[in-house]
Design a protein around this ligand. Structure first.
Ligand SMILES: Cc1cc2nc3c(=O)[nH]c(=O)nc-3n(C[C@H](O)[C@H](O)[C@H](O)COP(=O)(O)O)c2cc1C
Length: 240
């Protein structure tokens, strides 16, 4: 199993502290996404993190995720540092959505406050001075251990899950094959019976429309001739 921790930390290197701690616990490769585009093809588990800039992760991280290929079924976790609590709005939303769209299975998320001197905050000396602090680092250590445990069980589950899935797939394929055979035999039987129906002489066929009309016309002609005969008779009677 190969793990990478990818981060972007530009404001006060707050997120870098978190990324380093995670990488140490997970024995993962640490990759800075600011100056290079890390190659992540070989990794099964990848952590993505940065400071929060205007309610989102750093654009280098978001762009990196956009550029990734063949990520279906891989696992990921998210981390961040920010001036404010991430609850409302949830600063992880954008990255989480992108990762899910790419087919990543997200197994954990971590966030804590970071020193922030953005804009007018500079005037008052910033907020969250000294964060992330020892408590934050302790928390992130626990988070990393949980990720490790989860990952271990995840691997066990996924191998047995894979076996189970392949078994189900086989069964479904066999079922479909059987269905196809049944459908084929049904179709051939149907065509045989319809052919028989066409040849069957016992079925009385209705006369075609033209013939019907001819019969009607004949009838009306015969009516006309009988009428004219009757008229002639009456005429001769009256003359007498
Ligand atoms: C331009 C800029 C925009 C920021 N936007 C937000 C924000 O939307 N929400 C927030 O809570 N913090 C915001 N911050 C504070 C940073 O997220 C915070 O300081 C973070 O810890 C910086 O991480 P870094 O030192 O690893 O880059 C902003 C900071 C800067 C400089």
């Amino acid at each position: 199993m190969k793990t990478a921790v990818v981060y972007a930390s530009i404001h006060h290197k707050n997120t870098e502290k978190i990324a380093k701690e995670i990488a140490k616990t997970l024995k993962a490769d640490l990759k800075n996404a600011i100056n290079t585009t890390p190659q992540l093809n070989d990794y099964d588990l990848i952590g993505f993190g940065s400071g929060i800039f205007f309610w989102k992760h750093h654009k280098k991280i978001l762009e990196l995720v956009d550029s990734l290929e063949n990520t279906e079924g891989k696992s990921a976790f998210i981390f961040s540092t920010s001036g404010l609590n991430r609850i409302r709005p949830d600063f992880h939303n954008a990255l989480r959505t992108k990762l899910r769209e790419k087919g990543f299975h997200i197994i954990g998320e971590f966030s804590c406050k970071g020193f922030d001197t953005f804009s007018f905050l500079k005037i008052i000396g910033g907020i969250n001075k000294f964060r992330p602090d020892d408590i934050d680092l302790d928390n992130v250590k626990h988070f990393s251990k949980r990720i490790l445990d989860h990952w271990k069980t995840e691997i066990e589950i996924s191998s047995s899950e894979r076996k189970y899935q392949s078994k189900i797939k086989k069964e479904q394929e066999e079922k479909q094959e059987r269905k196809q055979i049944i459908n084929k035999t049904k179709k051939t039987q149907k065509t045989k019976t319809t052919k028989k129906k066409k040849i069957n002489p016992q079925i009385k066929r209705k006369p075609p429309l033209k013939q019907k009309n001819k019969v009607k016309r004949k009838k009306s002609k015969s009516k006309k001739t009988t009428n004219s005969k009757a008229k002639k008779k009456s005429k001769t009677k009256s003359k007498k």
